[in-house]
Design a protein around this ligand. Structure first.
Ligand code: SF4
Length: 142
């Protein structure tokens, strides 16, 4: 479906699993989640706070809240000033547009989340830039 959209110069959300997923979703799971959690504004690494983007346990379930149970203090993480992971995550910039990419930021010494895990955009760009044959195959086989 992705390739068909690419060839037709389209970009839209499509449901490949229409035989088991309908537009209303899993209403049983939704009700359970709504029973246990409430929606809150959430801060996202590299992006900042987005209203109604997070979940927290409702008060009646606070006994199961690890932050309260183990007296965990809220902590803030500082990100490298040169890391543009927010723009990468939003698709505004490619990883190699980052001045730290492949130099001060590598999978061995990541400065931002997209370089930490192997499926992160920066880590993937870093990994496959090491294999020019793979890239040239992907481009030439289009
Ligand atoms: S290459 Fe590193 S520093 Fe640059 S955006 Fe990606 S994670 Fe951040």
């Amino acid at each position: 479906m992705c390739i068909q959209q690419l060839e037709q110069k389209q970009c839209q959300v499509a449901n490949q699993y229409t035989r088991s997923v309908d537009r209303s979703g899993n209403t049983v799971a939704q009700q359970l989640i709504s029973e246990v959690f409430e929606i809150i504004p959430q801060k996202w690494r590299g992006i900042g706070e987005i209203s109604q983007s997070g979940l927290t346990l409702r008060r009646k379930y606070e006994a199961f809240d690890a932050q309260q149970r183990f007296d965990i203090v809220h902590h803030t993480t500082t990100e490298s000033a040169e890391c543009i992971s927010g723009l990468v995550l939003q698709g505004v910039k490619k990883p190699h547009a980052c001045p730290a990419f492949g130099q001060r930021c590598t999978p061995e010494h990541p400065l931002g989340a997209p370089m930490v895990s192997s499926e992160g955009a920066c880590a993937a760009y870093y990994r496959y830039r090491q294999q020019p044959n793979t890239l040239s195959y992907a481009v030439s086989s289009k």
